[in-house]
Design a protein around this ligand. Structure first.
Ligand code: PMP
Length: 360
């Protein structure tokens, strides 16, 4: 069996021990005689899997008691709609900070439900940075302030937490959740699709402060109402059971590793190795402002885009896959999520050096 180093932006690489354990438990989970996929979500086995996953997530992220954890479906994109549906609380507007393609998608979806105010945007700089809070024009009457804490396509990450006073801060943390500790208490709501740092696509995690639950607008579909899902332990309808199980195994892997501070240390080292090389050469370029560079998604360009095809083919032949940049921006992108081992980044940098020697 040959495993590649998979730099996909998501669905993405998962920890190998997690996949191995899932394989081993596929036909018979802990003597139940069933695969997790075959279990009733109301049965005692799955209730235990679900409760353990939630408890481990709460421990890893140090989620305060006055927050609900929801395991939902629909992806982060469904949250673009569910957030205004649930959080407007009778208000007509919400603030959005626009740092890239995912912010823009969140804003355009919010327009169906309210008047989003773009409080700050780096679009004029080709989304290469996070606007400093001094540039933001917040509306004190906004229902919430929405940010995308890691822009998966542009590779721009918030390395600081904005201060929005009494207005709840809402974060799309899809592509860097669990990559480091987060001060959850400073957010009203954090959401993330699972398919980068947590597990398979199909599971969406929402962490929401209690006082923001219970305000859904009348037209909100029942399954999209945070209160209904919270009251039913995310089981108003059938939850994505297998995704929750894999997420639980990933949380156990993170705990065994030493938790999110340890994970952050490793992620800093991996990102440093790649960025240091990008900075040391003229052959490759990084389009993102140094202070806002993502540790998870590293876009880079080659000296000439005529070399892109040869680069991707040679990388593929070395087992370094999915390095093509997003179709909207071109170039390359290496996603180096939690489960990408240091050896993968080392192999990538070694390959990039060699390619530079041959084509520089
Ligand atoms: N937000 C961000 C930051 C993302 O990276 C993505 C997916 N790549 C989404 C939202 C949309 O997620 P989904 O496809 O799970 O709805």
């Amino acid at each position: 069996m040959a495993r590649v180093f998979n730099f996909s932006a998501g669905p993405a690489v998962l920890p190998e021990p997690v996949l191995a354990q899932a394989a081993q438990e596929m036909l018979d989970w802990h003597g139940s005689g069933m695969s997790v996929m075959e279990m009733s979500h109301r049965g005692k086995e799955f209730i235990e899997i679900h409760a353990t996953a939630e408890a481990d997530l709460r421990e890893l992220l140090a989620i305060p008691k006055n927050y609900k954890v929801l395991f939902l479906q629909g992806g982060a994109a469904a949250q673009f709609a569910m957030i205004p549906m649930n959080l407007l609380r009778g208000k007509s507007g919400a603030d959005y900070v626009s740092t890239g393609q995912w912010s823009k998608k969140a804003i355009s979806e919010a327009k169906k439900y309210c008047k989003p105010n773009v409080a700050a945007s780096s679009e004029g700089d080709n989304f290469s940075r996070v606007p400093a809070q001094s540039e933001w024009k917040l509306d004190p009457d906004a229902a919430y302030v929405h940010i995308t804490t890691n822009e998966t396509i542009g590779g721009v990450e918030f390395h600081w937490t904005p201060d929005t006073g009494q207005v709840p801060l809402v974060a799309d943390a899809s592509s860097h959740i669990m990559s480091r500790p987060m001060d959850v208490g400073r957010y009203g709501l954090i959401y993330a699709g699972a398919q980068k740092n947590i597990g398979p696509a199909g599971l969406t995690i929402v962490v929401v402060r209690d006082d923001l639950v219970g305000h859904a607008s009348d037209a909100t579909p029942t399954v999209f109402d945070f209160k209904i899902q919270a009251e039913n332990d995310s089981m108003y309808n059938t939850p994505p059971t297998y995704g929750i199980y894999i997420a639980g195994l990933v949380f156990q892997w993170l705990k065994a590793l030493g938790g999110l501070s340890k994970m952050e240390e490793i992620n800093v080292q991996k990102a440093k190795l790649l960025y240091d090389y990008l900075d040391a050469t003229e052959f490759y370029g990084s389009p993102v402002a140094v202070q806002d560079r993502s540790r998870m998604n590293v876009p880079f360009t080659l000296k000439s885009d005529k070399l892109d095809k040869a680069f991707l083919e040679a990388a593929e032949a070395r087992g370094l896959t999915q390095l093509k940049g997003h179709r909207s921006v071109g170039g390359m992108r290496a996603s180096i999520y939690n489960a990408m081992p240091m050896a993968g980044v080392q192999a990538l940098v070694a390959f990039m050096r060699e390619f530079e020697r041959e084509h520089g």
